[in-house]
Write a protein that binds this ligand. Structure first.
Ligand code: FE2
Length: 247
């Protein structure tokens, strides 16, 4: 029996077909995600229970809010991995970041400062929710020109797409990869983001499916996601984070 056949023949509440999460806020004390080691460990246990085996931690990097960098992120990652090993929680973690498109990010790109990546050369970027950055296409182009593969965090959540679904198709056509938030599948953020995520799935505009978990509360909702309409529409051949990446 194939992997997918065996998954779908099981109780849908049981486990995720995704073993790798590449967008989350599992590391503690760096942003608006986990705020303590204890909470990170609880989240890690939940990930294992849900069937995950590898997590790429992606703390926010936003100028003047979350000025994280490779050094402090790696320090928190090493600390958490050590604790996971000590408590025999079978979860491996690496790290990248969720870059907010702001002046400082553009400057870094112009100065060719190395960006934090996952799975080779992938860079996770996000924008403000209300307005699409005027220079978004240029930034995407610059990322490609510098050898990166940009990944757009949660297009399903942006209000500027909610008023104009086709605009998302235009952004997708630049070659940027789309990462959908699983909680949009159950309307966690808004009714319109649920409608929009179903449209994105119908149009095959996605590459990654992630939790963007900021707390245990988010992970606890995942079994509901497995039973959602959007989830049943997924073409699993398109999803790049089913199996653990090559590190
Ligand atoms: Fe995030």
């Amino acid at each position: 029996m194939s992997f997918f056949a065996s998954f779908f023949n099981r109780n849908k509440n049981e486990k995720s077909p995704l073993s790798w999460d590449m967008h989350d806020h599992l590391l503690f004390g760096l942003d608006d995600g986990s705020n303590s080691l204890e909470n990170s460990l609880k989240m890690a246990e939940k990930y294992v229970e849900l069937g995950y085996s590898h997590i790429t931690c992606t703390p926010h990097i936003i100028s003047n809010f979350y000025d994280n960098n490779a050094i402090n992120i790696k320090k928190q990652r090493d600390l958490l991995q050590e604790e996971l090993n000590q408590f025999e929680i079978p979860l491996s973690i690496d790290f990248a970041a969720e870059y907010f498109i702001d002046e400082k990010f553009i400057q870094k790109l112009k100065n060719k400062e190395p960006l934090l990546t996952f799975s080779g050369n992938h860079v996770l970027i996000e924008t403000g929710f209300l307005n699409i950055p005027k220079n978004l296409h240029e930034i995407i182009f610059e990322l490609f020109a510098n050898g990166y593969t940009p990944v757009f965090a949660h297009p399903d959540r942006y209000v500027y797409f909610h008023n104009n679904f086709e605009l998302a198709e235009q952004v997708f056509s630049t070659g940027i990869k789309f990462q959908l938030n699983l909680l949009s599948f159950i309307g966690y953020y808004s009714a319109i983001s649920k409608k929009f995520v179903e449209w994105l799935i119908e149009k095959n505009l996605y590459h990654f499916l992630s939790t963007d978990a900021h707390s245990l509360k988010h992970l606890n909702l995942l079994p509901k996601v497995w039973n959602s309409k959007a989830f049943s529409m997924i073409d699993w051949n398109r999803v790049e984070n089913i199996k653990k990446p090559l590190l």
